[in-house]
Design a binder for this molecule. Structure first.
Ligand code: 26Q
Length: 818
């Protein structure tokens, strides 16, 4: 009986109806006639799960039998997006489910809209993790994604008088049909206290006597591969108070205090930190990091591996991939487990640890490199701090052997920084401990080697490698752009979805006028669909005759939303001043989507300015409706899936040398938008692939940025030198967008004139010139469509399947398990 196979419901409309009704009755506890839409959505999700269950259980069993090597992806963020359509597609159930629900008198589209996306990430890094686990499942590679089940994901953004106001994201409120809690597999995670040494039959050993602990309860989510029957696991941890924790206080008779203690423990997985580039060094954040990493490592060793597993062979069974520095505390944690708990010697444990970790860096901004004050780390994780100190001592000894007693070099390379306070440099720890270190685009990896981690690259040249990011074509083409997907399938057959280089086949069709017409019709239809969505959502209209010029990404000064604003204000200034006839302006709709970290004042002011410019430009009759600014609040994966397929122009305008890769840029190119962009991140590779004729390049190169910086950059010189720029900045300063109140946007303008860390003014002229080339190119719709097709045809490289192949070949060495 124990071996009885799990039986899937029959793959037929009747089978689906039966299973759906069963779930509605027995899981939701309602009859069809009494059910509301949310009951129906939950029963539908349950039904899809039921179809995937047999394979999920089988795949886990098979991996254990075959003793395969597993990729344990450690990430504090997974920006998953909605699950229903993805899982229906993977399981080939979309049509069956649609018909089955129709038989029950339900329109599946009404249920789709009820799903609140799990927004368990900030932006690129979290979405990348979601794309990677999709690709690994599709490629049948054993993978567990480990992370945190935040009760509140990324905040819901609203605008009040044009300013960002954050609301909590209560994504679990209406139930969470996609995950399975496993309280029996909980891990106890400890914090605080002290360490002591003791004699263990003649050898001195250390033990940690912690002060308090919480339970980490895993919630498993299915990660189905596309049409291959494979189902991998995403295991997210939730913090729950331990009984012991409660009891200690209960015994003292203080009930209120015991409840407070419970709240305290459960705070750990309460909320995602909404900063995406300037870590604040908050204690709770370190607690989150240790919480999920310790739970994950111990879960893998103690429950995934067989009980008697010889841990000296650990590197044969696992690679822990560190998604940025957020999980790097896992390095001393694995050392502690191997040494203190499993009785291994330091040198053996270190040799194993160095083979079990690899590190991906996602930034170039120095302020984004995570450091933890030694005080804080030592208070929370005293044993880990000791281990880090010893790793550092031995590492610095190695540096000395290699380079001599060069104090400057030793200070620069030390894992412990001294200024402005003693702190642990997590990127250095990861680099020393990892078998490999990678950047996320060619240029980024090069800059890592040459600048950010230069000394380390000199010491360990073979550690450094590049893996250019990618995106999953299942979600971002098949699901998000079904009309384009159909057109491609008709032209090339269905194989492209898992072999994206096949899009090359479209190159020839770019020459075919009939294909171009159909391609243009797809774009127009996607604009109409976006119009419907935005009208429903926010009551705004998208004019399908306009060029759709889109900039969607987190708001950060380095990404330079301000450059886009200056372009819009320049166009508006031309019309408002009478220098340009509205009739001579290319009709454009500018779409922004951007959340600002709640504590990032400048970013919030820029959001306010975008909204303010929009309300003036959109309502000025002199513009004759030829320019329109739309800024839908709460940009997220769900909205991205509607906006990106409708775009004509993709704005990728960061200062060269600042955007590690970008992944939105890839989504746009693959959906037939042309890019206006700097020579930064993966833009470099996009341009190389699609060709200069199909990409609008502007701005300084990274070396040019360096030169100008070294010379002493004075933004005011650019203001003086360019009348258009002067006009735009003066218009903002004049209060034209703030009802005459000159103080509102003064900090934004002064910042540009007197500081401008990201050289907006220096690139302004080049940007405006590039936008004029865009207008000229757009005037020839047929040529534009041809370029758009070539963008699609030549961007197959940016499939996350290719990224995964690169990780597997260069870093993981994990074959598929079929
Ligand atoms: C760290 C400590 C404390 C609080 C928050 C954080 C934190 C959280 C998220 C720091 C950074 C992030 C996210 C960074 C991110 O999304 N980086 C982007 O990663 C993409 C995938 O590689 C790249 O394409 C982008 O270029 C990069 O900006």
């Amino acid at each position: 009986l124990a071996l009885a196979p799990v039986v899937s419901p029959p793959s037929s409309v009747d089978g689906f109806v039966k299973q759906f009704l069963t779930n509605l009755n027995f899981d939701q506890g309602v009859s069809l006639s009494e059910s509301d839409a949310n009951d129906q959505y939950l029963a539908l999700a349950g039904t899809v799960r039921d179809y995937l269950m047999a394979r999920w259980l089988e795949d886990q069993a098979r991996q254990n039998e075959q003793q395969s090597k597993t990729v344990c992806y450690l990430s504090a963020e997974y920006l998953l997006g909605r699950q229903l359509d993805n899982n229906l597609l993977a399981a080939r159930l979309t049509d069956i489910a649609t018909d089955a629900l129709a038989q029950c008198g339900i329109d599946i589209n009404d249920l789709r809209e009820l799903e609140v996306e799990p927004g368990l990430g900030n932006g690129g890094l979290g979405r990348l993790a979601a794309c990677f686990i999709d690709s690994l499942a599709t490629m049948s590679v054993p993978n567990i994604g480990y992370g945190i089940r935040y009760e509140y994901g990324i905040f819901r953004q609203t605008f009040v008088d044009g300013e960002q106001v954050e609301q909590p994201d209560a994504w679990l409120r209406m139930g969470s049909p996609w995950d399975f809690p496993h309280p029996e597999a909980a891990q106890t995670i400890s914090f605080g206290g002290r360490t002591e040494t003791y004699d263990d039959n003649g050898t001195e050993r250390t033990r940690w006597i912690p002060d308090w602990s919480v339970l980490a309860v895993p919630y498993n989510m299915m990660v189905p591969g596309y049409h291959n029957g494979r189902v991998n696991t995403l295991r997210l941890w939730r913090a729950v108070a331990t009984n012991a924790f409660d009891l200690r206080i209960f015994n003292s008779g203080d009930y209120e205090e015991s409840v407070r203690a419970q709240t305290f423990a459960e705070n750990i997985s309460k909320v995602l930190y909404p900063e995406d580039s300037t870590p604040q060094g908050k204690e709770l954040r370190l607690q989150q990091q240790y919480f999920f990493v310790s739970a994950s490592i111990r879960d893998f060793i103690d429950t995934v591996l067989p009980a008697d597993y010889d841990l000296t062979k650990l590197p044969d069974r696992v690679i822990f991939q560190l998604n940025d520095t957020h999980p790097v505390i896992g390095v001393p944690e694995l050392m502690r487990v191997l040494i203190d708990e499993k009785g291994m010697e330091w040198d053996d444990a270190w040799a194993i640890t160095q083979q079990c970790f690899a590190y991906t860096c996602h930034t170039l901004l120095p302020e984004a490199l995570e450091v933890w004050p030694v005080d804080l780390l030592g208070r929370l994780l005293p044993r880990h701090l000791e281990i880090i100190y010893r790793i550092n001592e031995e590492f610095l000894e190695e540096v000395r052997e290699r380079f001599g007693d060069d104090m400057l070099r030793i200070r620069n390379m030390s894992i412990i920084g001294e200024h402005p306070y003693r702190s642990v440099r997590m990127a250095y720890l990861a680099t020393v401990a990892g078998a490999k270190v990678n950047g996320v685009a060619e240029l980024h990896s090069q800059l890592l080697r040459d600048k950010v981690l230069h000394d380390f690259a000199e010491m360990y040249p073979d550690k450094f490698t590049n893996v250019t990011n990618g995106i999953t074509p299942r979600r971002f083409i098949r699901l998000a752009n079904p009309s384009l997907a159909e057109l491609i399938t008709e032209a090339l057959g269905a194989g492209w979805t898992i072999d994206l280089e096949r899009l090359r086949g479209l190159e020839a069709l770019a020459e075919d006028p009939e294909f171009r017409e159909r391609f243009g019709a797809v774009k127009a239809a996607n604009k109409r669909r976006l119009n419907e969505v935005l009208f429903q959502r926010d009551g705004v209209h998208v004019d399908e005759t306009h060029m759709l010029d889109v900039m969607v990404k987190r708001l950060h000064e380095y990404k330079r939303q301000m450059l886009k604003v200056l372009h819009i204000v320049t166009l508006y200034d031309g019309i408002a001043s009478g220098r340009v006839a509205a009739a001579d302006v290319t009709p454009r709709t500018f779409i922004f989507g951007a959340k600002a970290a709640p504590g990032y004042a400048m970013a919030k002011r820029i959001i306010h300015l975008i909204n303010a410019v929009g309300s003036v430009v959109n309502n000025d009759p002199r513009v004759e409706g030829r320019l329109k600014v739309i800024f839908p609040p709460n940009y997220n994966v769900t909205l991205a899936e509607k906006v990106i397929p409708a775009a004509d122009l993709s704005e990728q305008i960061s200062l060269a040398g600042k955007e590690a890769s970008g992944t939105g840029n890839m989504k746009f190119a693959l959906n037939g938008a042309l890019t206006i962009g700097t020579d930064d991140g993966a833009n470099v590779e996009i341009r190389q692939l699609v060709g200069d004729d199909n990409f609008f390049l502007f701005g300084m190169t990274e070396p040019e940025v360096e030169v100008l910086w070294a010379q002493g950059y004075t933004p005011a010189d650019f203001y003086q030198a360019h009348a258009g720029l002067r006009g735009a900045l003066d218009l903002i300063s004049s209060g034209a967008f703030s009802e005459g109140d000159r103080s509102v946007f003064e900090p934004v303008v002064s910042n540009l004139l007197y500081d401008d860390r990201f050289m907006v003014l220096a690139d302004y002229a080049s940007y405006i010139a590039a936008q004029e080339r865009v207008d000229a190119a757009y005037a020839d719709q047929d040529a534009w469509t041809k370029s758009a097709i070539l963008n699609v045809a030549r961007s197959g490289f940016f499939s996350s399947d290719r990224s995964m192949r690169d990780y597997i070949d260069r870093i993981w060495h994990t074959p598929p398990v079929l």
